[in-house]
Design a protein around this ligand. Structure first.
Ligand SMILES: [Zn+2]
Length: 300
């Protein structure tokens, strides 16, 4: 039995039954009831006093954490019978009560992960029946909880149908097969912010990603290449340099809220790791690594 290659972060929780006592034939999708990174979720499941875990977690940035190996049973859905048969997945919320929304990139990664789980474990399809007869299940059927929340719950039929399309049709990964119109890639976040503001003032929706230490400003993600080309044409007419890419990256989702001073103290305390890890984590949290490091050097 293997684990998913989509995993970006590993922190094995002591809260599991090893090995699981049944064959893997179900998937149970949960929500975190909070916007937890995969690292924070790992922290939550780390103490044995917590008595809870999941096999996987997905952050709002689309990164995947593993906390209980697939061969073992997570303590997740308040049902031993379900969890012995299920791979359990916690998904971060980018919005709170009452809807508990999740980011589009997390939803796409969730579908990728479900496809991967089904393929590796010989699950021929995901059947959402609205009750425990199917093999796509939810926590609220086993306990007095509103998990997975109204938003994710409403997506269950869509998730099952997308997964099944890919299991039968062999379609490619949803998150990697979008055509994105990129308008700039910058080493300094301030320059990316400027470009975003300029695009917004021209009426374009924008989002920022980070990859290889660069802040990339993109204005659309299209499943049809021709739609991306139309968008690029409009932008070129307005004087923007564009190119179309299928490369994604980690989205800069959170609005940075901490002052550089506080961040620098956290960095010194070791909260952000070292070297490239520190750089990547600060960048994908939306901070300017260079600016933070300058203050760190001053304080040290
Ligand atoms: Zn749950």
């Amino acid at each position: 039995m293997s684990n998913s290659k989509l995993v970006n972060y590993t922190r094995i929780s002591p809260n599991s039954t090893n090995p699981r006592k049944d064959k893997i034939r179900k998937i149970t999708i949960h929500h975190m009831a909070g916007n937890l990174s995969v690292e924070t979720c790992g922290n939550v499941f780390a103490p044995s006093s917590r008595q809870a875990s999941s096999n996987y977690g997905i952050g709002s940035d689309g990164r995947v954490g593993i906390y209980v190996e697939e061969k073992n049973r997570s303590w997740c859905s308040s049902s031993a019978s379900n969890d012995n048969q299920a791979i359990t997945i916690e998904v971060a919320n980018n919005g709170g009560a009452p809807n508990w929304t999740v980011s589009d990139i997390a939803l796409r990664k969730l579908i990728d992960l479900c496809v991967d789980i089904c393929k590796r474990n010989g699950i021929p399809s995901l059947n959402y029946t609205g009750n425990t007869n199917g093999n796509l299940t939810m926590h609220k059927w086993f306990a007095a909880t509103n998990c997975p929340g109204p938003y994710l719950e409403s997506k269950f039929p869509y998730i099952a149908s997308e997964v099944n399309k890919r299991l039968t049709g062999g379609g490619s990964s949803t998150s990697d097969n979008l055509y994105r119109v990129q308008v700039g890639a910058y080493s300094k976040k301030a320059n990316a912010n400027k470009m975003e503001a300029k695009l917004k003032s021209n009426g374009f929706d924008t989002y920022m990603l980070t990859a290889n230490g660069l802040y990339k400003v993109q204005t659309g993600a299209f499943s049809q290449k021709s739609n991306a080309e139309n968008q690029a044409k409009k932008l070129k007419y307005l004087g923007f340099d564009t190119y179309i890419t299928t490369n994604s990256g980690a989205p800069v989702t959170s609005t940075p809220t901490k002052s550089i001073d506080i961040l620098a103290r956290e960095v010194i305390r070791g909260d952000w790791g070292n070297g490239q890890e520190r750089k990547d984590r600060l960048t994908s949290a939306g901070y300017d690594y260079g600016e933070v490091q300058k203050v760190v050097n001053k304080l040290m």
